[in-house]
Design a protein around this ligand. Structure first.
Ligand code: AKB
Length: 315
């Protein structure tokens, strides 16, 4: 059986997707790759890959006989806003390299799009699967281009490309790096450690969010789905819950009644969040490949606080 390559393996998603794939398919069948040479956990096959260099990708795919690529290496929205050229090089150039290598070596490709693929002219509540996509962020522009490139490689070269429009992700294993939705993870860990958090978004900013176990399961289920059922393969709206910072703070107070939040709005991240939908309609994912989220806000907060507390105790 051909192997699975994960790019951006040390990021927020990759650091949890790699162990999940290893547990499901066997450690020898998963190749973790990243531009950073962090020491890989024991038993992990690691290959340094800079996706901006097509030769790195080619070498890894050929050497390890890769058949599926989960392409996670990308800059998130706030960092991309600070350096649009770097975002273009990695988010668009990197994906183009992945698709070219996948075309030559006949690999399936998973591409994570985002709520960021929408913009202020998109219907913000119950955002349809197919609707206006005119993002005003460089991050969103790279995500829409990514969706279109994946469509193109599928129709033109019959490549098996699949993708999801991911909401903000909440997780405890690795910190998110430079996103707009990161406040949720920060709020949970500050609540536990300091009893207080200063939030960079307004209290009424509503965004789609998802707990990492649901997001990982969605990725693996989509890649395993029967291709014949996939009409909107690149990329499915994916939803589980949506809430505002004020609502998250309230849910945390059910466990930590003394928790306090104040707000110091960062105009850069607020304007990004304001351009994104409040919540997406994910019926296409539910109908075409059976998507069902398991975690809502209360379960997510309870589980996150328990796991963050266990990590603090063992640190
Ligand atoms: C970000 O905030 O940039 C990401 C995303 C929603 O794509 N978490």
């Amino acid at each position: 059986m051909r192997r699975i390559l994960v790019t951006g393996a040390w990021g927020q998603i990759g650091s949890e997707l790699v162990p999940l794939l290893q547990a499901r398919f066997g450690p020898e069948r998963v190749v973790a790759s990243d531009v950073r040479e962090a020491s890989a956990p024991a038993g992990t096959v690691f290959e340094r890959v800079d996706c901006r260099e097509i030769a790195d990708l080619e070498r890894a795919v050929i050497r390890h006989e890769v058949g599926t690529i989960y392409h996670l290496a990308a800059l998130l929205s706030a960092v991309a806003k600070r350096d649009p050229s770097a975002a273009r090089d990695l988010n668009m150039g990197g994906l183009h390299h992945v698709l070219e290598v996948a075309r030559a070596q006949r690999c399936a490709v998973f591409f994570p799009s985002s709520i960021g693929a929408f913009g202020p002219s998109t219907p913000p509540r119950g955002t349809p699967q197919e609707t206006i996509q005119r993002p005003t962020t460089i991050y969103g522009i790279t995500k829409v281009s990514g969706e279109l490139l994946c469509d193109y490689y599928h129709t033109r070269f019959d490549l098996d490309t699949r993708g999801l429009r991911l909401p903000g992700l909440i997780s405890y294993a690795a910190p998110p790096g430079g996103g707009t939705t990161d406040y949720a993870v920060e709020m949970l860990s500050h609540a536990l450690q300091h009893g207080h958090y200063t939030c960079y978004l307004r209290p009424d900013t509503c965004l789609d969010m998802m707990y990492m176990p649901d997001a990982l399961r969605a990725m693996v289920e989509l890649m395993a789905a029967d291709a014949a059922t996939l009409v909107h393969r690149n990329a499915y709206n994916l939803a589980a819950m949506h809430f505002t910072p004020a609502e998250l703070a309230e849910a945390i107070r059910a466990h930590l009644p003394e928790f306090r939040v104040d707000y110091r709005v960062d105009p850069d991240r607020q304007s990004i969040a304001d351009s994104w939908p409040d919540w997406m309609d994910d019926r296409a994912a539910r109908e075409e490949w059976g998507w069902r989220p398991e975690y809502q806000l209360a379960d997510t907060v309870r589980d996150m606080l328990e796991r963050l507390e266990a990590r603090l105790r063992s640190a």
